[in-house]
Design a protein around this ligand. Structure first.
Ligand code: HEM
Ligand SMILES: *[C@@H]1O[C@H](CO)[C@@H](O)[C@H](O)[C@H]1NC(C)=O
Length: 331
């Protein structure tokens, strides 16, 4: 009898160990079907993809730039301690988050659209879908709405309880960056140089403010003359005047997710200094030239790099929270 009890005890121990392994290893994986049906870690929310798609499509139809703003918001989130919705946390009198970090202040936008999705998702399935997953899906749908490639979005991220302005300041490259600084920032986040170039193709949509391209259009040598003059019309030389004036990052087709960003670079018409650094006689020239000539290779590399970006340090299982009822505050 004693040996039967011993065997029963051993079976229990092994079961607990397997359970422990499941928690430590399995939970670290995201899955495309995370909310499709109830699973070990979460109740389901089968309407979640449809709510995101419908809200993004109406937001982009009423203001096409919004697709660009949402895509950038996702990148700004993922580059700072991973895709954990840290950028969505609002500053309060006792909390300083990422929204006023150097690259985000008066620049990151689209928070209201994410809030709208969160409200609708909470109404459909309270407390189930994280803000980080909403942002990941919203970014994909934004790219698709503007004619870009699609990809399956792994889900199951949870939301941070914190944000870091210092990390945002140091992780997000500035438009004054050199090629080697860009390569280093992206290598620090785990990306190859080629993935960095592919992801930079996001600048095929959206707008930048004069303060971010003034130096380039007045002082850079490697710039198409006619292009510089035309941009100077919307961006006065005097610092402080017209700082917020907008210019399209891709002047050929600012509302279409295509490869014309790379064609611009080949003809010295990159808007940001950092853009033109990718085609300025250095190691990335050949990649830019390839993407400028091969739309399909850009589309598939961009989609693959977006999936990789979406997998940066997610909080999973018992880590982090699902913020409710809104994405701007810690529960
Ligand atoms: C390579 C390093 C990068 C630098 C230096 C950079 C810098 C910038 C700057 C300065 C702006 C204009 C912001 C403003 O004037 O308010 C901008 C806009 C934008 N960025 Fe980047 N960016 C980089 C990479 C990325 C990546 C990886 C993505 C996404 C995958 C991205 C997506 C966008 C989009 C879509 C916009 C337009 C946003 C809008 O119109 O609201 N950027 N970026
Ligand atoms: C981040 O940069 C902004 C703008 O340059 C600055 O005001 C802020 O103090 C910086 N924050 C930290 C924590 O370094």
């Amino acid at each position: 009898m004693a040996s039967n009890q011993l065997i029963a005890f051993l079976v229990l121990v092994v079961t607990l160990l397997l359970q422990y392994n499941k928690n430590t290893f399995v939970e670290a994986q995201l899955s495309v079907n995370y909310y499709s049906s109830k699973n070990y870690y979460s109740s389901s929310c089968p309407n979640f993809p449809r709510i995101v798609r419908m809200t993004i499509s109406s937001a982009v139809l009423s203001e096409p730039r919004m697709g660009a703003s949402i895509l950038r918001l996702f990148y700004l989130d993922c580059f700072v301690n991973g895709c954990d919705a840290s950028i969505l946390l609002d500053d309060t009198s006792t909390f300083t988050g990422e929204q006023n970090a150097a690259s985000n202040h008066n620049s990151a936008r689209g928070f209201n659209v994410i809030d709208k999705i969160k409200t609708r998702v909470e109404r459909a399935c309270p407390g189930i879908v994280s803000c980080a997953d909403i942002l990941a899906m919203a970014a994909r749908d934004s790219v698709v709405m503007l004619g870009g490639p699609s990809w399956a979005v792994p889900l199951g991220r949870r939301d941070s309880r914190t944000a870091s302005q210092a990390a945002a300041n140091s992780s997000i490259p500035l438009p004054s960056s050199s090629l080697s600084e860009l390569i280093t920032s992206f290598h620090n986040a785990g990306f190859t140089t080629r993935e960095m170039v592919a992801l930079s193709g996001a600048h095929t949509i959206g707008q930048a403010q004069c303060r971010n391209y003034r130096e380039r259009i007045y002082n850079d040598a490697k710039i198409d003359r006619a292009f510089a003059i035309s941009r100077q019309r919307t961006c006065p030389i005097i610092s402080g005047s017209g700082d917020g004036n907008l210019s399209p990052l891709d002047s050929l087709s600012p509302l279409v997710f295509d490869n014309s960003y790379f064609r611009n670079l080949v003809s010295q018409r990159g808007l940001l200094h950092s853009d033109q650094e990718l085609f300025n006689g250095g190691s990335t020239d050949s990649i830019v030239r390839e993407y400028s000539q091969n739309l399909l290779s850009f589309r598939s590399d961009f989609a693959a790099a977006m999936v990789k970006m979406s997998l940066l340090n997610p909080l999973t299982g018992g880590d982090g929270v699902v913020r409710t009822p809104s994405c701007g505050r810690i529960n």
